[in-house]
Design a protein around this ligand. Structure first.
Ligand SMILES: Cc1ncc(C[n+]2csc(CCOP(=O)(O)OP(=O)(O)O)c2C)c(N)n1
Ligand SMILES: *[C@@H]1O[C@H](CO)[C@@H](O)[C@H](O)[C@H]1NC(C)=O
Ligand SMILES: *[C@@H]1O[C@H](CO)[C@@H](O)[C@H](O)[C@H]1NC(C)=O
Ligand SMILES: [Mg+2]
Length: 478
């Protein structure tokens, strides 16, 4: 049994019954455990397995009954695995393979890592490419060259580790901070830059804000800005996968932030997936913040993982800054999704090192020191690098080389994208309806044509029109 399997197995049985067990032991007399056969609760002395008398709750075969009101309340889900003395403070444990400095934890074997040198190196190289893209594009926004951007700083292991735990044909639904999945799946940097710059090379024809990617051939579903949109969609996609011949070995992964988990659609998505037994991995990046709201003010439970049992869902909390643990957890989650035909909830504990987006300055609500300290204390890139170096799979020359080539690749791709024109002006009227253009859009197009005819030669208009393919001449025929 792998570590993940060992950790998941007890979690599976950690239904709501478990936290009651210690309390049950405390109520010395078993006569205080009730068996209900009518509205009048009464003492059950005939139960065959004394400690677990059967209750009669709709849809639930057994539930332990307690008579002590105080003992009946609980606010934590305590998985069997660490309910003993080694988890004195209680709470849901966190799965990890590497320690904070990147050393293998005692007892972690190669079989548990289950990774080749080639894949581990590729993971690290991809993790290294992300911050390079982030720095270049963040600055490009600051220089007014693109309108918006969001970085992945601090979450490289959570995103790349999870991507590496899946097959390229698994369906991906993301929130917005997970473009690393596309990098892992091999989306060309030119295609990514074309999207961010919204030029005529953009597969989405510049109709979405930067980083709102969509890539059908990489099974990457279009990003939507309204939080949690993707969760019910993912549940539906999971159900569809089950019903599609030839997709028996595929799952859906659906990412969201811990902040988005406060949306109603989070509940809807998880509950639909659980009840339809859809093969969906809900991967929650708990990065400590929803813009300026810290996790501590976002919810009162034990993180997001504590909600899994509420949906009857297999759940695991993983160290999101340990790329190898994230990969192992996702691989095992996929295996369980398929073997048991049910969704899995993963909570990845990480930290948003960057500002929320280019529209945010996080120094307004957290100290710069806190961020700097975090980068030093728990750095997913350093941990992965140190793991690789320890095995002789990485060295300083490789590090220098990758830093140099990554930057050049990214800047070259950006420059190519920036030189391209925007889509033609009339393209904005296309594709919304498959048949003939409706009258109202025809009128709008004609009005635009009239205005461009009238003002198009003025300096301001001419400059803008010049940025588009066909420079507005495509309007002349309307
Ligand atoms: C329905 C909805 N409400 C509010 C927003 C504004 N908004 C955008 S991102 C965000 C924070 C989300 O935080 P989290 O889910 O933790 O993701 P993170 O940014 O930390 O990756 C908010 C409130 C939105 N996009 N949609
Ligand atoms: C229930 O808990 C409260 C608060 O801890 C305590 O004051 C009270 O005595 C308890 N009641 C019983 C019946 O144990
Ligand atoms: C999703 O993205 C792809 C690629 O950019 C695009 O072709 C498609 O039109 C988008 N779909 C929707 C519904 O926006
Ligand atoms: Mg967050």
């Amino acid at each position: 049994m792998s570590t993940t399997a060992r950790l998941l197995a007890p979690l599976r049985s950690a239904a709501l019954l478990r936290p009651l067990a210690p309390a049950m032991a405390a109520t010395s007399a078993s006569s205080r455990l009730l068996h209900t056969t009518s509205s009048q609760a009464h003492v059950d002395t005939s139960s065959t397995d004394g400690n677990q008398p059967q209750g009669h709750l709709p849809g639930k075969a057994s539930s332990v009954f307690l008579t002590s009101l105080n003992d009946s309340f609980f606010d934590k889900v305590t998985p069997n695995v660490l309910s003993g003395s080694n988890n004195a403070q209680g709470g849901i444990p966190t799965f990890r393979l590497l320690d904070g400095t990147g050393k293998l934890l005692p007892g972690v074997t190669d079989a548990m890592l289950d990774i080749t040198k080639q894949e581990a190196v590729r993971m690290y190289e991809t993790m290294m490419l992300l911050p390079v893209m982030d720095v270049v594009l963040y600055n490009a926004q600051r220089q007014g060259r693109i309108s918006f951007y969001m970085t992945s700083h601090g979450e490289e292991a959570a995103v790349i580790g999870s991507a590496a735990g899946l097959d390229h044909s698994d369906e991906v639904f993301t929130q917005y901070r997970e473009m690393g999945v596309l990098v892992w799946r091999g989306m060309h940097l030119d295609d990514m830059m074309n999207q961010v710059f919204g030029n005529e090379g953009d597969m989405g024809k510049a109709r979405q804000a930067p980083i709102h990617f969509g890539n059908p051939s990489l099974h990457f579903h279009n990003v939507s800005s309204p939080l949690a949109t993707q969760l019910p969609q993912a549940a539906g996609a999971g159900f569809a996968l089950k019903r599609t011949k030839g997709r028996e070995n595929n799952v859906v992964i659906c990412y969201c932030g811990e902040g988005a988990a406060s949306e109603g659609d989070f509940h809807a998505g998880l509950n639909i997936a659980a009840t339809t037994k859809a093969p969906v991995i809900f991967f929650v990046r708990n990065n400590g913040f929803a813009i300026s709201t810290p996790s501590t003010e976002q919810f009162c439970g034990d993180g997001i993982a504590s909600r899994g049992p509420g949906y009857g869902m297999l759940t695991i909390r993983v160290d999101g800054n340990d790329a190898l643990a994230v990969r192992a957890a996702v691989k095992e989650a996929k295996a369980k999704c398929l073997a048991e035909s049910r969704p899995v909830l993963i909570e990845a504990m990480t930290y948003r090192v960057g500002h929320h987006s280019t529209s945010d300055d996080s120094s307004a609500y957290r100290s710069r020191d806190a961020v700097e300290n975090w980068k030093k204390m728990d750095n997913p890139l350093h941990r992965m690098r140190s793991f690789l170096s320890e095995r002789g799979w990485w060295n300083d020359e490789m590090e220098e080389e990758i830093k140099k080539t990554a930057r050049k690749r990214v800047i070259d791709a950006m420059n190519r994208a920036e030189k391209k024109k925007r889509p033609s002006v009339t393209s904005m009227f296309e594709d919304i309806y498959s048949g003939e253009l409706p009258q109202n859009l025809k009128e709008q197009r004609a009005e635009l044509a009239r205005l461009v005819k009238k003002y198009g030669k003025s300096e301001v208009w001419a400059k803008e029109l010049n940025k588009h393919a066909e420079e507005g001449r495509d309007l002349e025929k309307y």
